[in-house]
Ligand binder design. Structure first.
Ligand code: A2P
Length: 307
């Protein structure tokens, strides 16, 4: 348990990660919105923040951290857990260390807590598209890129290293070449995407799962009402006097995974923290395990590569 009553999860390299993190994926939004939201989040108790080179929010997150230190909201940077991710255009052995250094420059930090390979793919060298398309996806040089991730850890640029969107087959290849195993895999997970097979594998290999889109990315162009409108979850929420979002997040917590819950609204930020002092019943868990499974991004060219 951290000093603000948010439980922590222990990574395989013995670093501790607050169970709930605040996501900052708000595409092409003015940085000021993220900066203000992060300061609010620190005020209400969040200590774990998730960003990525892709999101364009490293700089405002860094500005918010600087401001929080100035305002005395936190005593030192060490009180925070900061994750960022290597974008697929930099997923080449000779680009990893400099990509992380660039992220640190934007964040104005000396080190990250966790650096993740964002996707189990790379881009074709001749491509100048920043986004994965059918034509520019190349196979990841998993050995070379992971050695460079290990180098980032050795250099003290990040405390821990891991991956995101990795399915079992890519984790198997990675584990067969890794000197330092990945300590975390950040993937889509929520009651409509329960990731049972991947979770079993990761548990066996001591790789912690962190869930993104825990609320089905509701309200964004990526997602919909699949979680908040789910009848089973609505019924369970009523029976506990909680919101559906709280039931979905509590379910994740009870599965032993971390999660990245993005809200830039102060009341919902607080609401999402209020899930650690009550529990779901066995009957609730059984009902949730029967929820129809449906993934985000099913029609995207990336889908065949990701977990
Ligand atoms: P907002 O930032 O306005 O709160 P996900 O984490 O699954 O990607 O979903 C993110 C979306 O969920 C955001 O649009 C966010 O909107 C919304 N959201 C976050 N927390 C809650 C909540 N407790 N109730 C309803 N919507 C929420």
């Amino acid at each position: 348990m951290s000093n603000n009553n948010i439980p922590t999860l222990v990574l395989s390299d013995n670093h501790h990660m607050p169970a709930i993190g605040m996501g900052t994926f708000l595409f092409q939004s003015p940085g000021e919105i993220t900066k203000t939201a992060v300061i609010e989040a620190i005020k209400v108790g969040y200590r774990h923040f998730d960003t990525a080179s892709l999101y364009g929010t490293e700089q405002p997150l860094g500005e918010a951290i600087e401001e929080a230190l100035k305002l005395g909201l936190i005593g030192s940077r060490d009180e925070l857990f900061i994750t960022s991710k290597l974008w697929f255009t930099d997923a080449q052995p000779d680009r990893v260390v400099s990509a992380l250094q660039k992220s640190l420059g934007l964040l104005k930090l000396e080190y990250l807590d966790l650096y993740l390979i964002h996707m189990p793919i790379s881009s074709k060298p001749e491509s100048n598209s920043y986004f994965p398309t059918e034509d520019n996806i190349a196979e990841l040089d998993i050995k070379g890129v992971w050695e460079a991730m290990e180098e980032c850890k050795r250099l003290g640029l990040t405390k821990s290293i891991g991956v995101s969107n990795f399915p079992v087959r890519t984790l198997q290849s990675l584990l067969s070449v890794a000197s330092i195993p990945p300590c975390l895999n950040q993937v889509e997970m929520n009651p409509t995407c329960q990731q049972k097979e991947l979770r079993e594998y990761c548990k066996e290999k001591d790789i912690l799962i962190a869930a993104f889109s825990p609320l089905g990315a509701v309200g964004t162009r990526r997602g919909d009402n699949r979680i908040l409108g789910n009848e089973i979850l609505v019924e369970i929420a009523k029976s506990h006097g909680k919101t559906v979002a709280q039931v979905a997040l509590r379910w994740l917590h009870e599965q032993g995974v971390g999660f990245i819950a993005k809200s830039y609204n102060k009341e919902r930020m607080k609401q999402n923290l209020e899930i650690f002092d009550w529990s779901l019943t066995q009957n609730d868990l059984e009902k949730i395990s029967q929820i129809k499974q449906i993934r985000l991004h099913q029609d995207h060219p990336l889908f065949e590569y990701i977990a």
